[in-house]
Design a protein around this ligand. Structure first.
Ligand code: GTQ
Length: 299
């Protein structure tokens, strides 16, 4: 995919594109720009000096940074760096523009995860362009209040106040946890990115996870009703799903379909995996379920 994205970088400017993104369309959902029935995935390229202009929409977004250290995203005036493995959040109706302060050749690439098909299903899609191409970095003070453990009471529909979940801290804490706890037989040691204002999922429509998978084979198979986008960040391995084996390494993007059993085989060393799904929405609606099977049949 990288080769095609770099080609897009030569063929189309960010001015022409608004967002220079290759959409990862699931071939089983041809024509829908969807990676699962409810979610979208795209790879976005921002080259040094470019600005993807400020806009806002009712769709929510998460970004997993895959390449480069020089990008930033300004979300409701809060300018945050985008570094490898970081997760950056754009809640519904928040202004956002992205840029790259790097030297020539310091291209930046990230994975965009949005709930575009979900919002489309509800016929609730709205979008607005900001009067300025880029927002002036001007935090509105909410993040500072939150840092002091205080929740501002000024929003009818509170949104996640955290803009960025830096990778270095997340991985360090997950490793500390893994040193003391037994892993899930298939999903390894996993932790969920949360919205501190609710203690619940990072977004109302999207759940996101960071997992450490131990070396070796899963001890059983796992399935759940939330089709899951699976993005290895470090390490290599293979996943068996629907009778097929998919080998993977860092920055690959896989999809684990809803309710199909799967199992992993991780190569030497552990693997670190980011994943996201519509579990948040399914749980809120009382729909989500999971099953674990020690016999490995089906996968
Ligand atoms: O960065 O705002 O991949 O609005 C698709 C739609 C990214 C974004 C996408 C968007 C964005």
């Amino acid at each position: 995919m990288r080769e095609h994205l770099m080609r897009a970088g030569e063929l189309i400017s960010v001015e022409e594109a608004e967002r220079r993104v290759l959409i990862l369309e699931n071939p089983a959902l041809a024509g829908t720009s969807s990676i699962t029935r409810t979610l979208y995935a795209g790879l976005q390229l921002v080259r040094p000096g470019e600005v993807a202009p400020a806009h806002r929409h009712t769709q929510s977004a998460l970004r997993l940074i895959l390449e480069g250290e020089s990008a930033y995203s300004t979300v409701d005036g809060d300018k945050t760096p985008m570094r490898f493995g970081d997760v950056v959040v754009t809640p519904p109706w928040s202004w956002h523009d992205h840029g790259n302060d790097g030297a020539p050749a310091e291209d930046t690439i990230w994975l965009d995860a949005l709930d575009i098909p979900t919002v489309g299903f509800y016929d609730a899609s709205f979008m607005e362009n900001h009067p300025d191409r880029a927002q002036k970095p001007e935090p509105d003070g909410r993040a500072a209040l939150w840092a002091a453990g205080l929740r501002p009471l000024d929003r009818p529909q509170p949104a996640n106040p955290v803009t960025s979940y830096p990778y270095a801290a997340a991985l360090k804490r997950l490793e500390q946890y893994a040193a003391r706890q037994a892993p899930h037989p298939v999903r390894g040691w996993e932790a969920e990115y949360t919205d501190p204002s609710t203690g619940g999922p990072i977004l109302k429509t999207i759940s996101a996870f960071l997992s450490l998978l131990p070396a070796g084979p899963s001890r059983g198979t796992y399935r759940s009703t939330d089709a899951t986008v699976f993005v290895p960040v470090e390490g290599t391995g293979a996943t068996t799903v629907g009778g097929e084996v998919f080998e993977w390494g860092p920055r690959d993007v896989l999809v684990l379909p809803a309710w199909v059993p799967y199992a992993h085989e991780v190569d030497d060393g552990a693997a670190v995996v980011f994943s996201y799904s519509d579990r948040a929405a399914q749980t809120a609606l009382g729909l989500w379920r999971e099953a674990f099977d020690t016999t490995r049949h089906g996968a």
